[in-house]
Design a protein around this ligand. Structure first.
Ligand code: ADP
Length: 390
């Protein structure tokens, strides 16, 4: 198995011919930002902004060519569209903050195109997936992933067909929390079959790399990996796809919120003030990109002693409810800090499955009910995207 380096990647890309010019993509200078890290390869394919999504086959061809190289474990190729644009705003390699949409299918700068035509290409719906809900947090360690898992399982209990996408690619924990091992299968070498357990279908970058592989991702690679996990996984027919976002409210999260056709978002926070300040940032982020925030969940709300059952309010309690009211958003419910929640997460059998009628499962189920009610009432409904055949 050969060692993958820039030269070997450029050599195979040099054989990918752009049908529009009859020349290879490397000699035309279309390949930019090539990053090779172990077997993981990322790059962007620069295209004319006016061509936009019509150049998707070229992106796919580049991706397939590199993927075919022995030793390549993942390829993330994105379309970017800077050529021919006036070099104003200095946005050539910035991501997020209103510039995120310049990448990927990037034809939002094409002045000749009506905006309505640009938008669906930037946020393609996922065939068969009725709605997508993001679970976000202002910072790490507040229990976002635990909430996403148990919320997803709560939605299953409510009779929904549910998928769970672990977009927390810096610290994917869903495989462990759902007790799933092994690698996803692919029928055609391009699309992946999701993994399954506890009534959920799921995909995580954690299935594709070893657990302790440090992942060094640059902004565009994060977005591209997420888009692949959304679009290149055979999700099947789902009522709802829950996405566990990376913690925080940085550019990557903002771009994801922009790119993915979200029906709504749930923000997880602990009661401490500091975390609540972060929760406000999360709320503002979704508002900025017009994604409805379904509400805030207060996690680790009260401590329930595993020995005597006594309730202690370690971090103070009720802060999320007050913040939600102040910010004019809904309070979806609270989850106690309970040893069994942590133990079950680590054991791969979430509390919703282990003790489905216990108080913790009931708390998650109540939150799932709140989310389901908002989805069913069309709170997160968006106009049906126009389908563009390119
Ligand atoms: P995040 O996704 O925000 O980084 P995690 O969901 O990974 O957070 O949770 C961080 C740790 O806290 C995990 O060990 C998890 O099992 C634990 N945890 C999360 N919520 C609770 C809770 N309500 N009670 C007890 N432990 C919890």
């Amino acid at each position: 198995m050969g060692v993958i380096d820039r030269e070997s990647v450029l050599a195979v890309l040099g054989r990918v011919i752009d049908p529009e010019t009859g020349r290879d993509v490397v000699s035309q200078g279309l390949i930019q930002g090539l990053v090779v890290k172990d077997g993981n390869v990322g790059f962007s394919v620069e295209v004319d902004p006016r061509a936009g999504a019509a150049r998707e086959p070229l992106r796919k061809a580049c991706e397939a060519a590199v993927f075919a190289l022995a030793g390549v474990t993942s390829v993330t190729a994105v379309l970017t569209a800077h050529r021919g644009e006036a070099p104003t705003q200095g946005h050539s390699h910035e991501h997020g903050h209103g510039h995120g949409h310049d990448h990927g299918h990037g034809h939002s700068h094409a002045p000749a195109k009506p905006a309505a035509a640009a938008r669906p290409a930037a946020k393609p719906a996922i065939p068969g997936v009725a709605s997508i809900v993001a679970v976000a947090s202002g910072k790490g360690g507040v229990g976002k992933s635990t909430t996403a898992v148990n919320l997803a399982l709560g939605l299953v209990r409510l009779g929904k067909r549910v998928g769970l996408l672990d977009a927390d690619i810096y610290g994917p924990s869903i495989p462990r929390m759902l007790g799933i091992k092994g690698k996803p299968q692919s029928k055609d070498g391009h699309t992946l079959l999701p993994m399954r357990n506890h009534g959920l279908v799921t995909m995580s970058i954690g299935f594709l790399v070893e657990e302790d592989t440090p992942m060094i991702w640059r902004g565009p690679m994060v977005i591209s990996a997420l888009q692949q996990m959304l679009n290149d996984v055979e999700w099947g027919d789902l009522d709802v796809l829950v996405i566990d976002l990376p913690p925080g409210t940085g550019d990557a999260q903002l771009t994801m919120a922009q790119r993915v056709p979200l029906s709504g978002a749930v923000i997880v926070s602990t009661p401490q003030d500091i975390a609540l300040i972060d929760a406000r940032k999360g709320l503002n982020m979704f508002r900025k990109v017009d994604v409805p925030v379904f509400g805030i969940v207060e996690n680790m709300s009260t401590f329930i002693c595993p020995h005597c059952g006594e309730t202690t309010e370690i971090f103070g309690h009720g802060g999320a409810r007050v913040t939600a009211a102040e910010l004019g958003c809904d309070f979806l419910g609270e989850i106690p800090l309970k040893l069994s929640i942590r133990v079950q997460s680590d054991a791969g059998v979430p509390i919703m499955i282990k003790d489905p009628d216990g108080p913790e499962a009931r708390a998650y189920l109540a939150i799932a009910g709140e989310v389901a009610a908002r989805l069913d009432s069309g709170a997160g409904a968006r106009p049906a995207p126009r389908i563009i055949v390119s």
